[in-house]
Design a protein around this ligand. Structure first.
Ligand SMILES: Cc1cc2nc3c(=O)[nH]c(=O)nc-3n(C[C@H](O)[C@H](O)[C@H](O)COP(=O)(O)O)c2cc1C
Length: 160
C-alpha cells in the first residue's frame, strides 16, 4: 500500500492549531520559539502534548531541564509569532521584541499575551524529525481572557 502524499498533506493541514510561544530556560539562558503542534492530552492530571523540532535549539534544553512554558497569543499578535519562528542573532534574542518575567517554575512568561502555563515533562516519544513531549501543567497565569491567535487565520502552514 502506498501513501498518497498529496492527500496526506492536505488532510494533516486540516488539523486546527493555535499559536503559542514556547519558553525554555537553562540556568541564565532563555529561549523561545513559535509552536503550533500543541494540544491538551489529559484532564486529570492536566497534560499537554507538544511536537518540537529535534534539530531546534530548544529541543535539547527541554530534554535536559524537563520543563517549558507555553504562552498563548492574542489574535492581534501575529507579528510576534513571526518574530519567534525567524532566525535570531543568539539564543534568546527573540525576547528583545517581547518583555517577559519568570513564572513560579522559573520559565519565561510573556508580559503581554492571553496568559501562560508552565509544564513539567512526564514523557516523550523520540521517533521522527519532531519529538512529542508530554508534560503536566504546573502553573497557569491568565493575563487577559480574549480571542487567541489561530494558525488558519495567518495564511501560514506548519504541517502536512
Ligand atoms: C506557523 C509555524 C508553526 C510552528 N510550529 C512549530 C511547532 O509546533 N514545533 C516546533 O518545534 N517548531 C515549530 N515551528 C518552527 C519553529 O518556530 C522554528 O523552527 C524556530 O526557529 C525554532 O527555534 P529554536 O531553534 O530557537 O528552538 C513553527 C514555525 C511556524 C512558521
Amino acid at each position: 500500500m502506498s501513501l498518497d502524499l498529496e492527500a496526506k498533506k492536505v488532510l494533516l493541514r486540516k488539523i486546527p492549531h493555535g499559536l503559542f510561544i514556547c519558553g525554555v530556560r537553562e540556568n541564565e539562558d532563555v529561549n523561545g520559539f513559535t509552536a503550533s503542534w500543541v494540544t491538551q492530552g489529559s484532564f486529570d492530571p492536566p497534560l499537554v502534548v507538544m511536537g518540537v523540532r529535534a534539530d531546534g535549539s530548544s529541543h535539547a534544553i527541554i530534554q535536559r531541564t524537563r520543563k517549558f512554558s507555553l504562552n498563548v497569543l492574542r489574535e492581534d499578535q501575529k507579528d510576534l509569532a513571526a518574530v519567534f519562528f525567524k532566525p535570531q542573532k543568539g539564543l534568546g534574542g527573540r525576547f528583545e521584541s517581547a518583555p517577559y518575567t519568570f513564572g513560579p517554575c522559573g520559565l519565561p512568561i510573556l508580559e503581554n499575551s492571553i496568559g501562560a502555563i508552565e509544564c513539567e515533562l512526564v514523557g516523550e516519544v523520540e521517533k521522527g524529525d519532531h519529538t512529542v513531549f508530554v508534560a503536566e501543567v504546573k502553573s497557569a497565569r491568565l493575563i487577559e481572557d480574549c480571542n487567541s491567535l489561530i494558525l488558519s487565520s495567518t495564511g501560514w502552514s506548519y504541517g502536512g
